[in-house]
Design a protein around this ligand. Structure first.
Ligand SMILES: Nc1ncnc2c1ncn2[C@@H]1O[C@H](COP(=O)(O)OP(=O)(O)OP(=O)(O)O)[C@@H](O)[C@H]1O
Ligand SMILES: [Mg+2]
Length: 225
């Protein structure tokens, strides 16, 4: 392999490994919660999510593409949200329009991105408040009733390793969300005009049979190596 290509591949694996370590930590916290609540089925589901994440890293390291496919938002969100076991004082509200058109994404990566957003909301509200997940054509939104994100933090929130949580955060959650959306040709936006709490909007491409954007594999500037 050409030395330059190899260096790029190693950087990609490095950034994927950092993201994976972060997500496995999230999952381990959930598994401990499930075991404490003696919810073995939920613990099993979270364990399966861990092995999906490891598979995703192996896929990256072999240099293959993310597993993009058409996803039905209605079925996908129902299964994903039903599998969540959020803290008891978090009210999860769903507002999903019926019969939404398919979106183009990697289901494992999309679950991971939504987990990151929902966990951020729970953390921002100190595990007490409302998380609302809504879906309309080609769009999924996650919002919360927390304190919101002041402009000086919002400007940096997607930077890798930017965190306001000290040792409790790695600062990779939103960087991983942004990378996931870039890989499926979509975008993530933090609503600057949200009056209550924080609102993140994910916009997707249609599965129109076209290839993902030519630069999907390129590391975004500033992504950790
Ligand atoms: N829903 C939210 N409400 C308020 N602040 C938020 C919210 N989501 C993100 N933030 C802010 O954005 C920062 C970056 O978030 P990100 O998920 O990237 O890292 P983190 O949550 O700090 O760490 P990690 O995700 O690794 O546990 C957070 O530290 C927090 O200050
Ligand atoms: Mg986070």
């Amino acid at each position: 392999m050409h030395a330059h290509t190899r260096a790029e591949r190693l950087q990609t694996i490095g950034s994927a490994a950092a993201g994976l370590a972060h997500d496995l930590n999230n999952q381990l916290t959930l598994i401990v919660n499930h075991l404490e609540a003696q919810d073995l089925e939920a613990a099993r589901a979270a364990t399966r999510q861990c092995s999906d994440l490891v598979d995703a890293l192996l896929t990256y390291s072999k240099g293959t593409v993310p597993d993009l496919c058409p996803i039905r938002p209605n079925t996908f969100l129902r299964e994903f949200l039903d599998s969540l076991r959020l803290p008891p004082e978090i009210l999860l509200v769903r507002s999903v329009l019926p019969n939404l058109p398919c979106i183009w994404a990697d289901p494992v990566a999309l679950r991971r991105a939504l987990y990151n957003l929902i966990l951020n909301s729970c953390e921002a509200m100190n595990y007490r408040g409302i998380v609302k997940v809504s879906a309309s054509p080609m769009v999924i939104q996650v919002r919360d009733s927390g304190p919101g994100i002041p402009p000086e933090i919002a400007r940096r929130a997607f930077e890798p390793f930017f965190t306001t949580k000290g040792d409790a955060g790695t600062g990779l959650g939103l960087a991983v969300v942004r990378e996931t959306m870039r890989q499926c040709g979509g975008t993530v936006q933090l609503d600057p005009a949200c009056k209550v709490g924080a609102r993140f909007t994910l916009r997707f491409r249609r599965p129109d049979g076209k290839e993902p954007p030519a630069d999907w594999r390129r590391r975004p500037s500033g992504f950790p190596s």
